[in-house]
Design a protein around this ligand. Structure first.
Ligand SMILES: Cc1ncc(COP(=O)(O)O)c(C=O)c1O
Length: 400
């Protein structure tokens, strides 16, 4: 049967992620810098086993039952304390627990976007946010970046211009710390500028913060939400990189009115985030498992970043440039313009046995730059990092 005739018009705007597409070529002998996966050694497996037994013993049927749409109260209380330790003041009324941050991104689309909407993002930006939102047909306006993140001077000009046109700007979306895909971090001065612009033009800001826990160098960052004086920042974070991505747990911190809208949207999606997993995260936070784990993850990922930077320095030919991330999980690479990284990928995977994500899909542009790629440095072992970058350099050299 030909299902395509029956599909809704909006499916035309559903694009498969490049990251998921490339997985079909990745075999066991391929070194993958593709997905944004944590090093599995950072999962506190033994603690999670103990916590699961404890939760089932303590909460029994309650942990296996449906739960409130906005999250179990025990977790929301722990999340409020955790947020406070990261400089953000919040109470349970400001929090909703989601199925990873991905669900929060989807809910943002459902709640705020339609064809007349404008969303302002960093350019490039997180591919799966674009995937969620494109279905709602907003106009996506990308702000260029440099080594210090979003160019807030350009942001200000763009907002002014869009306002003069009468555009309905719904929010500014930013991953200000150790951005996905570039790895760069917005300094506090630019954070203040971004908020000033939002204040002046009365705009909402979405701060997506999976990586704020992983700052390797002496950079000090203040979350935008911690600087937010007028309740205009919608803050997203996740347990994926500090506990386990398989548990699919994220949360939103925002004004109670916004949280109520998220809850209404979520009711139709999945009623509630898995209850057992929420109790597990609550207990992980209460016992300090996560807080103790973070410094170990930071130390491991810093060494892995350094290993990848060193390998890039050793093997890459002239004409290849890359970012030096002060945190997070990714390095962004620019190869000579004549190389199309999407075109090169099949060869890289099948002949050179190394995978990466071509940069094209991270841009909001119809015709994005074709010579960029994102490399993940957290998942592979130290040996794989060195060998994988050597292979990648050979794939690039063949095309120069
Ligand atoms: C910027 C950003 N936002 C959101 C997510 C989604 O994470 P999750 O749904 O696992 O919480 C990720 C994951 O890589 C990310 O990098």
């Amino acid at each position: 049967m030909d299902v395509s005739k029956l599909l809704a018009g909006r499916t035309a705007y559903m694009r498969s992620s490049e990251i998921r597409e490339l997985l079909k070529w990745v075999t066991a002998d391929v070194i993958s810098f593709g997905g944004g996966m944590p090093d599995p050694s950072t999962f506190p497996t033994e603690d999670i086993a103990k916590i699961t037994a404890y939760v089932l013993e303590t909460y029994g049927g309650k942990a296996l039952q449906y739960g409130p749409t906005d999250g179990v109260p025990e977790l929301k209380e722990e999340l409020a304390k955790f947020a406070e330790s990261n400089g953000i003041k919040a109470s349970s009324d400001n929090i909703i627990v989601t199925v990873g941050s991905q669900e929060a991104l989807e809910l943002l689309g459902r709640l705020f976007l339609d064809e007349s909407s404008v969303v302002i993002t960093e350019n490039p930006t997180y591919i799966a946010a674009l995937q969620s939102w494109r279905v709602y047909r907003p106009r996506l306006v990308g702000i260029p970046m440099d080594d210090h993140g979003m160019r807030t001077d350009v942001l200000e000009e763009q907002v002014k211009r869009l306002r003069a046109e009468g555009a309905k700007i719904k929010f500014i979306y930013t991953v200000p710390t150790a951005q996905n895909p570039t790895g760069v971090t917005l300094p506090d001065e630019r954070r203040r500028h971004l908020l000033e612009v939002a204040e002046r033009y009365d705009l909402l800001v979405v701060e997506d913060d999976p990586y704020g826990y992983f700052i390797f160098d002496n950079t000090v960052v203040t979350r935008l939400k911690a600087m937010d004086k007028s309740g205009r920042v919608i803050y997203l974070s996740t347990a994926s990189k500090i506990f386990s991505p398989g548990l699919r747990l994220g949360w939103v911190i925002a004004e109670p009115e916004i949280i109520r809208w998220f809850a209404l949207g979520k009711q139709a999606l999945n009623l509630n985030t898995p209850t057992l997993n929420q109790y597990m995260l609550a207990e992980g936070l209460r016992r300090g498992v996560i807080q103790r784990n973070i410094p170990n993850i930071v130390s491991l990922y810093k060494r892995k970043r350094d290993a990848m930077l060193a390998a890039l320095e050793t093997y890459m030919p002239k004409g290849v440039a890359w970012t030096r991330p002060s945190g997070g999980m990714f390095i962004w690479v620019r190869v000579p313009e004549k190389i199309d990284t999407k075109e090169m990928l099949q060869d890289a995977v099948t002949k050179y046995k190394v995978a990466y994500v071509p940069g094209h899909g991270f841009f909001v542009d119809e015709n994005p730059p074709r010579n960029t790629m994102r490399l993940n440095f957290t998942y592979s072992s130290f040996e794989q990092i060195d060998e994988g970058i050597r292979r990648l350099a050979n794939a690039i050299k063949e095309r120069i």
